[in-house]
Design a protein around this ligand. Structure first.
Ligand SMILES: CC(C)(COP(=O)(O)OP(=O)(O)OC[C@H]1O[C@@H](n2cnc3c(N)ncnc32)[C@H](O)[C@@H]1OP(=O)(O)O)[C@@H](O)C(=O)NCCC(=O)NCCS
Length: 162
């Protein structure tokens, strides 16, 4: 069994190692990382999942971004250790962390990912929301945390201001 905990600063390098294991080499060259450079992840929403012996089994992080003047959460990276995939852990990380987002004052969340996976969590294509190139626009997905939160929100996704 596993338990979810909010990520703490001490978890940082362990989570990085899990992401290195789970993603293709060069993940930090992806354009979404340019929105994360020098911006701390959202603590309280970013989570780790640990086995009963403390072994890291999965992790999810969130960053704040701006779309024009509208703040949004950028979900990801989310990853589950290869030996633990397909057990519902990815879904649990997404559901449990997102449940905390609206109470913490966030209205909308976006990500860059596979629609066939994220559709089940209520994410749909975001038209007119432009990630830094090169990003396949069909992978830019969003979910409103309060009704209508994406209505009229379009433009370039920008790094959170300093
Ligand atoms: C994507 C990931 C986080 C899912 O975690 P998980 O714990 O295996 O997911 P769950 O057990 O909650 O869900 C498994 C289901 O998701 C499906 N799934 C997983 N990745 C998928 C994808 N990229 N596209 C479509 N479906 C996907 C599985 O086929 C399975 O489907 P089923 O329920 O119909 O059998 C995990 O596979 C992972 O770490 N992958 C490598 C890193 C990655 O790609 N992260 C996401 C970036 S977009």
């Amino acid at each position: 069994m596993y338990q979810l905990f909010p990520e703490r600063p001490d978890d940082y390098w362990e989570v990085e190692a899990l992401y290195d294991l789970c993603f293709a080499p060069g993940r930090t060259a992806l354009s979404s990382y340019r929105l994360r450079d020098g911006v701390p992840p959202v603590m309280g929403l970013s989570h780790v999942a640990r086995d009963s012996d403390g072994t890291l089994a999965g992790a999810i992080r969130y960053w704040p971004v701006m779309i024009d003047a509208a703040p949004a959460l950028l979900l990801g990276p989310v990853a589950v250790h290869p030996t633990r995939q397909g057990e519902g852990l990815g879904g649990a990380l997404i559901d449990e962390s997102l449940a905390r987002a609206e109470p913490q004052g966030w209205d909308r969340v976006m990500l860059v990912g596979d629609a066939p996976y994220y559709n089940r969590f209520g994410f749909t294509l975001l038209e007119g929301v432009l990630m830094p190139p090169p990003t396949n626009p069909e992978r830019v997905l969003g979910r409103a945390l309060i009704e209508g939160a994406w209505d009229g929100v379009t433009g370039e996704v920008l790094r959170w201001p300093d």
